[in-house]
Design a protein around this ligand. Structure first.
Ligand code: 4AD
Length: 465
């Protein structure tokens, strides 16, 4: 059946082929304007951001009935594609036959007026039909493809890391535990602790916070790999940048140091931006007009400029010199908060900035120790409008140093036996990073809340739909 109906996108893209020919389309009414003898329906079929204008008049058998149909009714339409003088809408369909597939109810909430994003979040089952979310979720899909293409074109292996894990990659204890134990009758050990030996996996199991440790295993066999999958964090942050379930892209490269890592990250970000600009022009134009006026100019500037690189120590110096008052005081050793990150990237540089070589105390155990014994070879990429979108590092490849760090961080070395063995059997300099997929979508669209770039967001106290 579907083959009978041509996509509206094809009618726009290849209009010459179809002008003055009979075409059939299927879609939903977005708006309609009626007068006595004729009317216009804006039809959207989901294949394209733009609607197709359907012209109806009294010659249509069911003209009166069609003219009264509520917004969101689904229609099957046959008609002639005709050229118009309107550059914005160069073609329209003069309908000869319309079949009503599913009449909508008049209570349909997405009427032709602006709704707040807060309200639209409460109707996640309908919001993909609005312009904003239609554009956002298509950009999300195209960006995902761009990411795969970027890595596949460079011969990276797509490594599938597990969603259920027994280890905490970041060591931050922000994991969702999974269990099949009877919660009303939890088995306990003699010491009164939960007896996980009776649980499904015979040990504690969690949803993954990062696929990095698995990616490292794969990189030390394949040289260049990437993961791209869902990750989960039980951080109780009610911010516009944190989700409990988000997607992460984690490349891992062998025989590569932090410089190689930053080069890869910069190339990847520019590639994604270029790809989306080229493949979603209508959606990007919409974001530029209705969400963020300077968006296109900014993105074009970024793909043509070199990202700045500064050390954490320098970043602290610049923040102190700025004289700016921050909610969280700045001193060497402090974790950079969103307000600091945004000040650096927006006020000081007005461009993407890599910040490197953070104090070891505020970074994970696996990052390579610098000669000074105080800092590690970490890098975060900060961008205007969003703050941090990438976190990465050169990994500690020296067995003894890694073992010391695991102990120093209070982690259980037995949990990491396989990770340590990678350093025993042909260790190699290697590096990698994690790009938060939703954060790059926010950056690409100008949308300021992470809940609005995820079709079905998971945040604290929110798991509807
Ligand atoms: O800096 P993070 O925690 O790094 C890691 O997980 C490393 N294991 C990555 C690696 O080296 N392979 O997270 C990486 C990125 C952040 O920069 C951010 O963009 C995103 O993941 N992120 C989140 N995005 C949405 N919601 C959250 N709660 C996020 N936490 C991290």
């Amino acid at each position: 059946m579907q083959k009978e109906f041509i996509e509206i996108k094809q009618l726009y893209r290849n209009k010459e082929q179809y002008i003055d020919k009979t075409v059939r389309v299927a879609g939903w009414i977005r708006t309609s304007r009626m007068s006595k003898n004729f009317g216009f329906i804006e039809l959207n079929d989901g294949s394209f951001f733009k609607n197709m204008q359907i012209v109806i008049d009294e010659k249509l058998e069911n003209f009166k009935e069609v003219g009264k149909l509520p917004i969101s009714t689904s229609l099957l339409i046959e008609g002639t594609l005709v050229a118009t003088q309107n550059a914005k809408q160069p073609v329209e369909i003069q309908a000869t036959k319309i079949v009503v597939e599913g009449e909508s109810d008049n209570s349909y909430p997405l009427q032709k007026k602006r709704h707040t994003v807060e309200y639209l979040r409460t109707i996640a089952h309908l919001r993909p039909r609005s312009n904003l979310f239609s554009a956002a979720f298509r950009v999300r899909s195209v960006a995902a493809y761009a990411i795969h293409k970027f890595f596949q074109d460079r011969n990276f292996v797509y490594a599938h890391s597990p969603i259920i894990t027994g280890s905490d990659c970041e060591g931050a204890g922000e994991m969702f535990r999974i269990t099949t134990l009877d919660l009303n009758n939890i088995p306990k050990t003699e010491e009164g602790k939960i007896d996980y030996s009776q649980d499904f996996f015979g040990k504690e199991a969690n949803l993954t916070v990062s696929g990095q440790l698995n990616a490292e295993i794969m990189a030390l066999a394949f040289r260049n790999v990437y993961t791209f999958g869902p990750t989960f964090r039980a951080e109780n942050s009610y911010t516009g940048r944190h989700a409990s379930e988000f997607w992460m892209i984690e490349p891992e490269i062998a025989f590569a140091d932090l410089e190689d890592n930053m080069e890869l990250a910069e190339d990847m970000i520019k590639y994604i931006i270029n790809y989306v600009l080229e493949n979603c022009p209508e959606e990007m134009e919409f974001f530029n007009s209705f969400v963020d006026k300077g968006l296109l100019e900014r993105l074009h500037k970024i793909v043509n400029s070199e990202f700045t690189r500064i050390t954490y120590t320098k970043a602290i110096e610049l923040l102190l010199e700025s004289g700016q008052k921050f909610e969280y005081p700045v001193e060497w050793g402090c974790d950079l908060q969103t307000e600091h990150e945004r000040y650096i990237t927006e006020q000081i540089f007005n461009a993407p900035v890599f910040v490197t070589d953070y104090p070891k105390e505020i970074k994970a155990f696996y990052m390579r120790m610098n000669e000074d014994g105080k800092t590690v070879r970490a890098m975060d990429l900060l961008v205007p409008g969003v703050g941090e979108i990438i976190g990465g590092s050169q990994r500690e490849e020296r067995y003894d140093v890694l073992m010391d760090r695991i102990k120093e961080c209070g982690l259980n070395e037995e949990d990491y036996w396989w990770y340590l063995e990678l350093r025993k059997y042909g260790t190699a300099t290697h590096s990698g990073f994690g790009l938060g997929f939703e954060r790059i979508i926010m950056y690409l669209t100008g949308i300021s809340n992470i809940r609005d770039v995820i079709p079905f967001p998971r945040t604290p106290k929110n798991a509807e739909f």
